[in-house]
Design a protein around this ligand. Structure first.
Ligand code: AMP
Length: 613
């Protein structure tokens, strides 16, 4: 039995599922209901109530009843300019945050989501008896960026869950249908819910899922169909639309009729309205004519996603239906026609994402199937090196999970620590990029500059979380930090960062080359000066002329700041130093043979070779 639970944290409803010997199953509440409305309301005392009662307005008025908060996860309020529309509850926030005031307190989207998750956790614990369940897989839309994924993970942790994996909803749907078993293929996931429409194109290769493209419309779903049918029913008594109570009653009837029309050819709608009795028989055929424009609107994003993925409908091997509105026969037909194949609809479309999350949960709990999923990083990641330059370890658009490693060293003799400054962005200089984290690796023994070997490893896990490890290889000293890659970097900022990199590209590159050349000169000049002094007592002065000339040349070009001249002088210096370095190495070897402290000498020889001087 799986002890890791799978959670579909939805905009409208959320579900929890787990793996049984018979396959993944939804965990119902005490009354046998699978769906938990993603709705939190606060009563007069500020006590939260989650779910159906909150949704029905039984706890508090509209200004303290919060729903659709998933839209705000990991985003700042300013990002919503213009697209927010009317919301019945108050919303506050700034560039980085969104907050919902309720009474004397304020809640973040992460806190409200945590309340939904905690309710599902308790539901699973109660249903499954003795276990304390604290490990979970939580699904998110495929288009969620790092910040939205991190916010979801935070909500899980706030609810007392150890979030083992953040899983893309379309990938979960494909897993629920066992499509990972086919090893390779291209899958379209068509998700038409109550308020939103999403389509994703996935590529499955060797059991690994990759999201190729996503598209959709966040204002299109079953609610629009209900609106349409309500309007049709009230077409002869439009004055009733002003009366909220009657409007709601007709709307509920319309939704019920819509659902019945998914399995019946005709439906009769009867209601005693103040204007006289409403009695209509609706045929499926007429209903389909009514909603055809809405269904057609979903096909455009499908074509768009295919185009973005560089595919045609013929390339799609499997189509999966998600969301309650895909029960409508017309929707199924049109999707089948577009992709040229019958879509999978054997599972309950409201439950397939949660069921897939349970499959992934089982994999992580040590079950039999092994599935990964892939995503990409939105911006490059690296660390600051000498001279304020960013050394890039992971390029933007790299597929995650991924790992990169690079070795650095110290610049000063006797240094026992090194500062690691983690950066994100596309510019050449550290100061122009976003600073994510600074930490110090300290406590390694003092060594000559250049001798310590500090290996910095960047690891981005499948959830998009970055772990940075710095490890001094000679002494074994190690430090690890978890970094939140783009938490708080709003989409607009990502775009701005990319644009800046483009605009300043040429100028940045030149500055970087100059700094790199100067850093190299800084490193070599003192050694060269030292070598010159040392050799003056050992070789005739005339033999030192090429070397001392090259040294002067480097000092002059360094002051001039032209990177090409500095690099040329560095090369000339290296050539001129060659005979002197050989001479010194030979002396070291002879000293070793004369049996002085062998280790010390060996270290010097190594160092001489490494420094190339
Ligand atoms: P979801 O957001 O996935 O829970 O989708 C809920 C939407 O599916 C709502 O608009 C429901 O009215 C709609 N829905 C549920 N059952 C049916 C059905 N049998 N036929 C048509 N629409 C349905």
């Amino acid at each position: 039995m799986g002890k890791v639970i799978g959670i579909d944290l939805g905009t409208t409803n959320s579900l929890v599922a787990w793996m049984t010997p018979q396959g993944p199953q939804i965990v119902p509440d005490n009354e046998g209901r699978a769906l938990l409305p993603s709705c939190v309301a606060f009563d007069e005392q500020g006590k939260p109530q989650v779910g159906r009662l909150a949704r029905q307005g039984a706890v508090a008025g509209p200004e303290r009843t919060f729903f659709s908060f998933k839209r705000f996860m990991g985003r700042g309020l300013t990002e919503f300019a213009g697209e927010l529309g009317y919301m019945p509850y108050p919303i506050e926030g700034d560039e980085r945050t969104v907050r919902f005031p309720a009474g004397s307190k304020e809640y973040s989207p992460v806190q409200l989501s945590a309340m939904v998750l905690a309710t599902l956790k308790r539901r699973a614990e109660r249903y499954l008896g003795e276990f304390i369940l604290n490990e979970a897989v939580i699904t998110v839309p495929a288009y969620f960026n790092d910040a939205q994924r991190q916010a979801t993970k935070d909500a899980g942790e706030m609810a007392g869950l150890d979030v083992l994996r953040i899983l893309n909803e379309p990938t979960a749907a494909a897993l629920a249908y066992g499509l990972d078993q086919r090893k390779t293929g291209t899958i379209a996931v068509y998700d038409l819910g109550g308020g939103t429409f999403d389509v994703s194109v996935l590529r499955l290769e060797g059991g690994v899922f990759q999201v190729l493209a996503t598209a959709g419309d966040n204002q299109l779903g079953g609610d629009n169909i209900d609106d349409l049918l309500t309007a049709a029913l009230l077409s002869e008594t439009p004055e009733l639309i002003q009366d909220r109570n009657w409007l709601n009653q007709v709307r509920n009837l319309a939704e019920a009729a819509k659902k019945d029309l998914s399995t019946q050819e005709t439906v009769r709608v009867i209601l005693d309205l103040p204007t006289g009795p409403l009695d209509r028989t609706i045929r499926r055929e007429d209903f389909e004519t009514l909603i055809t424009p809405l269904v057609e609107r979903t096909l455009k994003p499908c074509t768009q996603a295919l185009q973005d993925a560089g595919l045609t409908p013929g390339d799609i091997d499997e189509v999966v239906l998600v969301g309650g509105s895909t029960r409508i026969p017309l929707v199924k037909r049109r999707v089948a026609e577009l992709f040229g194949r019958t879509p999978h609809d054997e599972l309950n479309p409201d439950e397939v994402v949660a069921l897939g999350a349970a499959v992934q949960a089982d994999v992580l709990a040590g079950g039999t199937r092994d599935v990964l999923l892939l995503d990409v990083t939105p911006l490059s990641l690296g660390i600051e090196t000498l001279g304020g330059v960013m050394a890039r370890l992971i390029d933007r658009n790299s597929t995650i999970p991924c790992q990169a490693r690079e070795t650095f060293t110290t610049a000063v003799d006797g240094q026992t620590g090194i500062e690691v400054h983690v950066l994100q962005g596309e510019r050449e200089l550290a100061q122009d990029n976003r600073s994510l984290e600074r930490f110090t690796l300290k406590g390694f023994p003092p060594m000559p500059a250049g001798l310590p070997k500090v290996e910095v490893t960047f690891l981005i896990d499948a959830n998009g979380i970055l772990n940075v490890t710095a490890h001094e290889l000679r002494s074994g000293v190690e430090t690890t930090v978890e970094v939140r890659p783009s938490y708080g970097v709003v989409d607009a900022q990502v775009e701005q960062m990319l644009e800046d990199a483009f605009i300043h590209g040429e100028e940045d590159l030149q500055q970087r080359q100059r700094i790199e050349a100067q850093v190299e000169a800084d490193r070599r000049l003192p050694k060269a000066e030292e070598l010159l002094v040392e050799m003056q007592s050992q070789v005739p002065e005339a033999d030192l002329i090429p070397f001392s000339t090259a040294l002067t040349e480097l000092q002059t070009s360094y002051a001039g700041g032209n990177y090409k001249a500095i690099n040329a002088a560095l090369e000339a210096l290296e050539a001129a130093a060659q005979p002197l370095v050989e001479l010194r190495m030979n002396q070291s070897v002879q000293q070793a043979l004369q049996n002085t402290k062998l280790d010390e000498v060996l270290a010097k020889v190594e160092q001489a070779r490494r420094e190339g001087l």
